[in-house]
Design a protein around this ligand. Structure first.
Ligand code: MLT
Length: 411
């Protein structure tokens, strides 16, 4: 008789965003004329940059030309894309990262989950609370946790609380943890990390032989020049960190799908027999066995992100969403609602007004204003009493949503 991976039974009923979509669908069916505005999931709304579209159209033409046609590509991604990433995203910032250390993929979410394939079962895993739920759920699926308690905290995970008191940056734990997930600019709080903060984590990781899984999917939103874009700007990070990057939020590739993961060549972990094993080798083996690469057409689109025109268009696109975030912050603050983030990130982390719980505010907001956001408690127990508003929408929708919210919830 077949058996199942019973770890899935430990998961809360639904992944956060499908649960929100389910509630919104039910509301829309009951109120077909409600002018719903979605500021929930961080999904982009503006068209793909022209430079990316043009490159992809040309790549489609290549596929119709026998001399340029491409079948399976290299599992790690085409070298011409990896070389651009290495030079423009890393070497230009003084990071010693080469094309050989970059793996092109179809998404950071997938990579954040898949990376667990190369780690052992008995690592102590630390996540912040609140946190991007993918880090937690994929560890549950992999059997790295026990059951969840009433607050939704899984036995075996180390939760590092983040709040306004610590600027939404986790304190270095007193205990030893083996794997640490860090996300900056942060999803969901929009917080950022200074070089000093990341240096403290790198020092901790090196001292304890830990690995930092650094999610930098939102790095393009950093406007403060003193803030690091990559963990590899921090001394010693190549010895202890893997970094995840994405074209989703900078170039609007959420539907197009392209991302990459950096695994330094000399990053090692000790096997049980004491030999040092390169994580690069394991990840390369994993990817070449379970993944056939991202399509040639999409990789050509991603390559155009690094052209002069692409860079200018992306700057404009990111600037547009950042202006949305600024409007959200200003309007809510003027209405007496406390907000965090939104300056170097496309997310605004809002203290729920009237002392409402996160889900109660979600329901009330949907009913009274037809605006959708994301309940903070969906990101972890410490997110209770908070709410995430995404800046990914048209200017018109953001302004209209803020008008409706401030009218109904002015403090
Ligand atoms: C979010 O809303 O948190 C993001 O859309 C998550 C993601 O990019 O997977």
């Amino acid at each position: 008789m077949a058996t199942i991976n019973e770890n899935y039974l430990k998961l809360k009923a639904g992944y956060l965003f499908p649960e929100i979509a389910r509630r919104v669908k039910a509301f829309a069916e009951a109120n077909p004329n409600a002018p719903i505005i979605k500021l929930g999931i961080g999904d982009v709304t503006e068209p793909l940059p022209e430079a990316c579209r043009t490159a992809m159209i040309k790549a489609v033409e290549d596929m119709g030309d026998r001399s340029k046609f491409k079948g399976y590509g290299p599992e790690q991604g085409y070298l011409w894309l990896r070389e651009k990433i290495a030079s423009d995203d890393f070497q230009a910032r003084g990071c010693d990262i080469s094309a050989g250390e970059i793996f092109i993929s179809d998404g950071s979410k997938c990579d954040c989950g898949n990376i667990l394939d190369i780690f052992g079962k008995d690592n102590t895993i630390a996540v912040t609370d609140p946190v991007y739920p993918v880090y937690v759920d994929t560890n549950v699926m992999a059997g790295h946790t026990g059951d969840a308690n009433d607050k939704g905290e899984y036995e075996g995970l180390v939760y590092l609380p983040i709040s306004a008191d610590n600027n939404f940056t986790a304190e270095i734990p007193a205990q030893k943890v083996d794997i640490i997930y860090l996300c900056f600019p942060n999803n969901p709080t929009g917080a950022t990390a200074t070089k000093e903060h990341l240096q403290a984590w790198v020092n901790y990781a090196k001292e304890h032989g830990s690995i930092i899984l650094f999610d930098a999917a939102y790095e393009a939103y950093i406007t403060d020049p003193s803030l690091p874009h990559s963990i590899y700007e921090i001394e010693g990070a190549k010895d202890c960190a893997i970094e995840f990057r994405s074209f989703s939020k900078n170039a609007g590739f959420t539907g197009t799908r392209c991302a990459f993961t950096v695994v330094p060549q000399n990053l090692t972990v000790k096997a049980s027999d004491g030999t040092e094993v390169k994580l690069w080798q394991l990840w390369n083996r994993r990817q070449s066995t379970k993944f056939n690469g991202v399509s040639y057409i999409v990789q050509r689109g991603a390559e155009a992100v690094y052209s002069e025109a692409g860079k200018a268009q992306i700057k404009e696109l990111v600037g547009f969403y950042l202006e949305n975030a600024q409007i959200i912050c200003e309007q809510l603050t003027a209405a007496g609602i406390s907000v965090y983030g939104g300056k170097n990130a496309p997310y605004v982390w809002v203290k729920t007004p009237q002392g409402l719980s996160s889900w109660d505010f979600f329901d009330k907001l949907l009913q009274l204003t037809n605006v959708v956001g994301t309940p903070g408690s969906g990101f972890g127990a410490a997110g209770e009493g908070y709410f995430r508003i995404s800046a990914f929408n048209s200017r018109e929708n953001v302004e209209e949503a803020m008008k409706r919210i401030t009218e109904k919830f002015k403090v």
